[in-house]
Design a binder for this molecule. Structure first.
Ligand code: PGA
Length: 254
């Protein structure tokens, strides 16, 4: 099975509308990539950026509500995103878990709504430094998967971003071997609990201080299918270089 690298940027709460537009306009001038490219942008920029994005670029959301519709002030639902043709969203990013109290139970509800509304989720999982130091990494990852991917019949396609919390925005990256070992663990979990074909078609991205210096060695590992990139996706030249790295590592076999 051939799996293309996915270079996914996560802008978080950065950029003004003008800055966002200039970035996407500049992307229109690069050759259509061989790899897949996605940018998760603030909700309010989704529509204006969709209107000017090159065809090969997926403009995604960073979050969805755990409710479908109704009196939930300030929330944006998967149904609403679907109505403006949004194809993908991050779910369960560690900053949502850490600062906004998102539990695995809430993340499970969000995933179900994403599946129902055909918005492809990128489920973010990862251990804290303390959990790693206490040798709990695999236990935490298994729990994060098992508590949200419970009903095999309702699970449609998704991607997973393995983001060790201690590596996010810190400049400290997991080594390629540390990352590969957890990616392989995730792959095996999907194979054993859902199916081998599901595991093969699920891209497992690495996130956590991924940048132009380390992306090539990370993306070259057998079970690393690309990156979820925060800081290094904000600068146009750096994001363009990450796309070029993704282009050179296409057709990865799982
Ligand atoms: P970072 O963020 O690349 O700035 O570490 C990654 C993420 O949080 O998705």
């Amino acid at each position: 099975m051939n799996v293309k690298i996915l270079v996914a940027g996560n802008w978080k709460m950065n950029k003004t509308l003008d800055e966002s537009i200039s970035f996407i306009e500049a992307l229109n001038h690069i050759p259509a990539p061989q790899c897949e490219v996605l940018l998760a942008v603030p909700f309010i920029y989704i529509k204006p950026l969709q209107d000017i994005a090159p065809e090969w670029l997926t403009i995604a959301a960073q979050n969805i509500s755990n409710q479908d519709y109704g009196a939930y002030t300030g929330e944006i639902s998967a149904k609403m995103l679907r109505s403006i043709n949004v194809k993908a969203t991050l779910i369960g990013h560690s900053e949502r878990r850490q600062y906004y109290g998102e539990t695995n139970a809430i993340i499970k509800e969000k995933l179900q709504l994403a599946f129902q509304n055909e918005v492809m989720p990128i489920l973010c999982i990862g251990e804290t430094l303390e959990e790693r130091k206490n040798n709990l990494t695999e236990h935490v990852i298994e729990n994060q998967l098992a508590s949200v991917l419970t009903n095999a019949d309702a699970i449609k396609s998704l991607h997973i971003a393995y983001e060790p919390v201690w590596a996010i925005g810190t400049g400290e990256t997991a080594t390629k071997d540390q990352a590969e070992s957890i990616h392989q663990f995730i792959y095996n979990w999907l194979k054993d609990h859902i199916s081998e074909s599901f595991a093969k078609q699920t891209k497992i991205l690495y996130g956590g201080s991924c940048n132009t210096q380390n992306a090539e060695e990370l993306f070259s590992m057998p079970h690393i299918c690309g990156g979820l990139i925060g800081g290094a996706s904000l600068d146009f030249d750096s994001f363009k270089q990450l796309i070029e790295i993704g282009n050179n590592i296409t057709n990865k076999n799982n």
